[in-house]
Design a protein around this ligand. Structure first.
Ligand SMILES: O=C(O)CCC(=O)C(=O)O
Length: 271
């Protein structure tokens, strides 16, 4: 599977893509692996709060291999370049709404998320909602949206869940791709809504390496001395390593930062 030219153009313009049924033949195994990663993590959950594990797919050999699956691999390869970086993953048990936000990547690197919603989700039960085109920060519309979205009632007289974003209903086996810069959120999801996301960026040019190192340092809040998980590294072939090497070469400062965070936090960050 490769994205066709219209899909690439759609992503560039609107900032997202919905790929129905892309992983339908694997979804039972993917879901079982998701459950077993949570079980093996031993992570305690606080009822009514989001729980998040980072890295996520890296903890399991089968989920790590999604990075090699041509259906997944082609997405960052076509949209960010064949030498893209894999920038970790998060496994989530969400509760309730996710307020609108964007996650611009350090240094303004082009970045995208490949999201697997493991439960059927619709507009009012926690599917992703996006403002198409809002990733274009140079655009006056994006700027207006960015400045006012957290005060939508005061500014536009409408709560976030009634703003005119579009919903992307998803079924298990679908894949939703969106750029980190797009304004996105979700509303009406129940307790334990299951989602895991793989993050990718373009390869970091030399002049932006300090920003990449900042990103790696910021991961100290998850309390892992290594950026990537053991299974991800232990099962990596030469082709996968292309997407890991630049970060491996820029994680020497991580253990000291983790040691510091451990003295400052009660437990690893939940998102
Ligand atoms: O599904 C959601 O609640 C939102 C997901 C999200 O914000 C993200 O993955 O960045």
């Amino acid at each position: 599977m490769t994205l066709d030219a219209t899909q690439v153009e759609f992503f560039e313009t609107f900032g997202f893509l919905h790929l129905p049924g892309l992983m339908a033949d694997e979804i039972d195994r993917i879901t079982a692996a998701f459950e077993s990663v949570w079980e093996n993590s031993g992570r305690q959950r606080t009822p009514g709060e989001r729980a998040c594990l980072v890295p996520f797919v890296d903890r399991d050999a089968y989920l790590s291999a999604l990075l090699d699956d041509p259906r997944i691999n082609t997405i960052p390869s076509q949209l960010l370049g064949s030498d893209f970086n894999y920038c970790s993953s998060d496994g989530n048990l969400y509760t309730g709404d996710t307020a609108y936000h964007s996650n611009p990547f350090s240094g303004g690197l082009s970045a995208l998320k490949v999201a697997f919603y493991l439960d059927p989700v619709d507009a009012d039960s926690g599917c992703l909602r996006v403002f198409p085109g809002s990733h274009r920060f140079d655009d006056s519309y994006s700027k207006l949206l960015s400045s006012n979205i957290s005060s939508s009632v005061e500014t536009w007289g409408v709560g976030q869940s009634d703003l005119p974003a579009i919903s992307i209903p998803s079924r298990p086996g679908d894949v939703v791709v969106f750029t980190h810069g797009i304004k996105h959120g979700s509303f009406g999801g129940g307790e334990g809504r299951r989602l895991f996301v793989m993050n990718f960026t373009e390869r970091c040019p030399q002049e932006l390496l300090p920003a990449l190192r900042d990103h790696v340092g910021a991961m100290a809040r998850f309390w892992n001395d290594n950026y990537y998980g053991d299974a991800m590294l232990a099962t990596a072939n030469a082709e996968r390593m292309v997407h890991l090497q630049q970060i491996l070469d820029n994680q020497d400062h991580l253990p000291a930062l983790v040691a510091q965070r451990r003295t400052e936090m009660d437990g690893p960050a939940q998102g």
